[in-house]
Design a protein around this ligand. Structure first.
Ligand code: ADP
Ligand code: MG
Length: 732
């Protein structure tokens, strides 16, 4: 069967698709009962452990104390019994390697006894430490410098869970992945270190305000996940979607998203069935999914959980992506997490909502009610502003990737310029502080820090600026530039660390002022004002998509790093190395490794895309274009023979047009091939290779695409070999 025929068959089959059969049954299995069923939760742990072991584990989870070795076996045993009781046959140390995905290696609980029988066994030692032979995972050279082996260590602060499959369950134990000397080979270890750094600096600030009660401060995160769904029958006819996760060809459809009829529209039956199924599985994993809706682009959707502790939220987001992908397949969809699966319509991001709370659930980014609380709020707010301004390039580096470059600094938002949006009300207050003018207070009186209270600030207000990459939304910051397919671990590690650093610096300044005899209030007022003055250029409430902002940002000296290849360099700048060393989050070697891996990933992505572009052009699109010409030419010849008197100029012009485009395509493919081969010669140095990919290969790919997309709208629809945008985006 020709590819064109397969495409038509897919269109027919999808149009005849019947409603799906129900896969979940909320009447008999209410979500409340399902929630957390596959999690070895604190409740499960409490009922399974002796009191002292439970208390010990709780101290480990809540206060970060090392687990008493005596308890390790008890905990392991309870975990094993619970898992086997729920149908588990295997266990695995589940971790977040530097691929940005998750990794798991399964082992059975069975241990042969030598007499033809087997026992089930799971020791404390096995729970705490694993030795996966994961030498093929990227290490950016760290393995060869240190030791080939990597070790996984149990992270008790993220609960173990059961992964369901058709033929049984696997107990997954969240772990950190390090080399023997503790060098982090994963994304979790630095995140955990940054949590400690943030805790110590934030508690220090609370102590300045006389708060002796709070024992811990940690960040909470809620990540809104965007994704696309495509019918699998189309997906399998698109080698680019299968291998690159995005379409490398496709003419703009007559209707894209300009009608604005998809966002928040009613959700189609088949999609809703998929969403409910995915949510059901996520509930069993204890992931508090709250929101689902249609997104801006056709066949684009969003899922969002209620915010959780940052470490758990990071693991949970990996699970959300995994469950969306696997559930989609059950429903005949492919879930696309790529940042830009389709050109010309919106891409997908992940809004990372980030806030700070103490261990009594006080949100430190909530303005509060008393003047004292307000002063404290302003210190935390100022710290965030200072952090983002000082480390904008690092934050940009944390979301670098070939996929995200299609969004950042390209045709859509958020832009690569990192600025902070405060909203009108808070913006006015901050301006007042900077200018030294007292701002109007809650009761119409005047506001001076520590003397009066802030006017009530709108939370989740409607004038929210959706164009800002980093927006204050009433009691949290929303970092909107994270890519949909990226792990949130690195951006959050960076956020935690830069805010920890800024809090530490503000605490130093306040302490210095009070040591010099100033009252706390006066010291705070002075330090807040000085810092806001110094860092105000990062504040921007306007339209971040406008050209005017690009010019203004340049004048303000804000970095605008459009390409990830350049952005990644921030990871190895001296001030960044010093920052992470100061807070014990990354060593220099760990940063160098991540820089290298980022560049390698970029170059590999472009390389794969370039090869696919050339292959698809040569083996699918050129044959279709040539076939179309043969048909047209045959038609022209027979028309001229049968009716020499008739005007055949229209057919001739069609033929000329397609022949011209075909020649253009063929030349573009040849150029792409040669540039790709040339770029590959730079194989040794990832920076040089990635640069060549960006500057030479990507433009050559675009030329191939432009010619092919022009052919798509010129060639007989019956001959076109790959599903079109108008089909993939609207038929589901
Ligand atoms: P919107 O799309 O309007 O930004 P959503 O309801 O889709 O809002 O998502 C908001 C996200 O922010 C949710 O994941 C929510 O749990 C999270 N969130 C709310 N409050 C906080 C907070 N204090 N800290 C961190 N995340 C929060
Ligand atoms: Mg949302």
């Amino acid at each position: 069967m020709t590819p064109a025929r397969k495409r038509q068959d897919a269109v027919r089959a999808i149009s005849e698709q019947r409603f799906p059969e129900p896969t979940i049954h909320p009447e008999t299995e209410p979500a409340r009962e399902v929630f957390g069923r596959n999690v070895f939760s604190l409740t499960n742990i409490r009922s399974a452990l002796p009191k002292d072991a439970y208390q010990g584990l709780l101290r480990t989870i809540r206060q970060g104390e090392p687990l008493d070795e005596r308890f390790a076996d008890v905990v392991a045993n309870a975990m094993k019994d619970w898992a086997i009781g729920h149908g588990a046959t295997h266990y695995c140390h589940w971790f977040l390697p530097l691929t940005g995905l998750t990794a798991e290696k399964h082992d059975t609980f069975l241990v042969p006894t030598g007499d033809g029988q087997a026992l089930v066994e799971f020791s404390g030692q096995t729970l705490i430490k694993g030795e996966p032979d994961a030498s093929s995972l990227p290490s950016g050279g760290m393995r060869s410098t240190f030791e080939a082996r990597g070790y996984t260590t149990w992270d008790p602060t993220s609960p173990a869970f059961l992964m369901d499959s058709v033929n049984g369950k696997t107990l997954c134990i969240p772990t950190a992945f390090c080399s023997y000397d503790g060098t982090a080979l994963d994304k979790k270890t630095p995140l955990l270190r940054s949590i400690v750094a943030l805790d110590s600096q934030a508690v220090r600030v609370l102590r300045l305000f006389g708060n002796e009660r709070a024992k811990r401060v940690s960040a909470a995160v809620g990540s809104e996940q965007e994704y696309f769904l495509v019918d699998r029958r189309f997906y399998f006819l698109r080698p680019d979607l299968i291998n690159a996760g995005r379409t490398l060809f496709g003419a703009k459809p007559p209707k894209g998203q300009e009608m604005e009829d998809h966002y928040f529209g009613s959700i189609k039956e088949r999609v809703l069935a998929f969403m409910m199924d995915a949510e059901h599985t996520l509930y069993t994993l204890g992931i508090p999914i709250k929101t689902r809706h249609n997104e801006v682009a056709p066949c684009q959707f969003e899922i969002a959980p209620v915010f959780e502790d940052i470490n758990v939220a990071t693991d949970h987001n990996m699970l959300v992506m995994e469950v969306l992908r696997s559930t989609a397949r059950k429903h005949g969809f492919e879930c696309l997490m790529h940042e830009k699966p389709f050109a010309g319509i919106n891409g997908s991001g992940k809004h990372n909502n980030w806030s700070l709370a103490d261990d009594h659930d006080n949100n430190l980014l909530d303005p509060g009610h008393t003047p004292h609380e307000n002063a404290q709020f302003l210190v935390f707010l100022t710290a965030v502003i200072r952090a983002i301004h000082t480390h904008a390039k690092l934050l940009r580096a944390s979301i670098a990737g070939a996929g995200n470059d299609h969004r950042l600094g390209a045709n859509e938002a958020p832009p690569a310029i990192i600025s902070v949006y405060l909203g009108d009300k808070l913006g006015e207050i901050v301006e007042g502080i900077i200018a030294g003018n007292p701002a109007p207070g809650r009761s119409g009186g005047v506001l001076r820090i520590g003397m009066s209270s802030l006017p009530p600030l709108p939370r989740d207000d409607s004038d929210r600026n959706r164009t800002s990459p980093f927006a204050f939304t009433g009691n949290r910051f929303e970092f909107r530039a994270v890519g949909s397919g990226q792990s949130i671990a690195l951006p959050n590690t960076v956020l935690n660390t830069i805010v920890a650093d800024a809090l530490g610096a503000l605490a130093d300044e306040i302490e210095a002022a009070t040591a010099g005899g100033a009252k706390l209030e006066a010291a705070v007022q002075q330090v807040v004002r000085d810092n806001l003055r110094k860092h105000q250029s990062v504040l921007y409430n306007g339209d971040n998509y406008s050209e005017q902002w690009e010019a203004e940002a340049a004048e303000r000296g804000l970095p605008n790093v459009k390409s990830s290849v350049d952005a990644l360099d921030a990871l190895v700048e001296p001030d960044v190395k010093a920052l992470f060393a100061r807070h014990h989050v990354y060593s220099e070697a760990e940063l160098e490794a991540r820089h290298k891996i980022g560049l390698e990933a970029y170059a590999k992505t472009i390389s794969v895309e370039a090869q696919l572009t050339a292959d698809m052009a040569r083996t699918l699109i050129l044959p279709a274009a040539l076939g179309h010409q043969t048909n047209t030419a045959n038609c022209l010849v027979s028309t001229k023979q049968a009716r020499p008197e008739c005007d055949a100029s229209a057919a001739e012009r069609c033929l000329d047009e397609v022949a011209g485009l075909t020649a253009r395509l063929k030349t573009a493919v040849e150029i792409l091939d040669s540039l790709r081969a040339e770029a590959d010669k730079n194989g040794e140095d990832p920076r040089v290779l990635a640069t060549a990919c960006r500057d030479r290969v990507i433009p050559a790919m675009s030329d191939v695409r432009a010619a092919a997309d022009a052919l798509e709208v010129a060639v007989d629809d019956q001959c076109w070999p790959i599903p079109k945008y108008r089909e993939m985006l609207f038929m589901y």
